[in-house]
Design a protein around this ligand. Sequence first.
Ligand SMILES: [Zn+2]
Length: 137
Amino acid sequence: MTRKPNPAIQILAAAPRGSGLPAQRRGDGSAVFEERKRRIGENEAIFRDVNRKVRRLDPNWMTILCECGDAACRDQLVIDPDEYARTREDSTLFILRPGHEAAETERVVSKHLEFWIVQKRPGLPAEIARATDSHAG
Ligand SMILES: [Zn+2]
């Protein structure tokens, strides 16, 4: 078997940063705190888009990139495609490695061996998650 570069990493390298995000300011926190929340949400949205483009090589499982708010994180995780599809139906849900959640912007709603599913908290985090979800109806 020939060794091919990971398509997810290739897409990630070409992913635009900071595009299409809501710029409005809300009165429920300091500007610094909101900037951090915005950055976490923006990063998670990028990884969500990357994962959508990952080609499925095996019908029974898929390998995706951790969708946590850490821009430096390149962890991968294996998920059941059906579970992935169900999670993607809600714009405010993200899939990440256990322990990678950012408590101030999201809460863990489901724990699995390889990954946790988190939901963005109401307010700015959820708004960013929805605004950046190009597939939301
Ligand atoms: Zn991570």
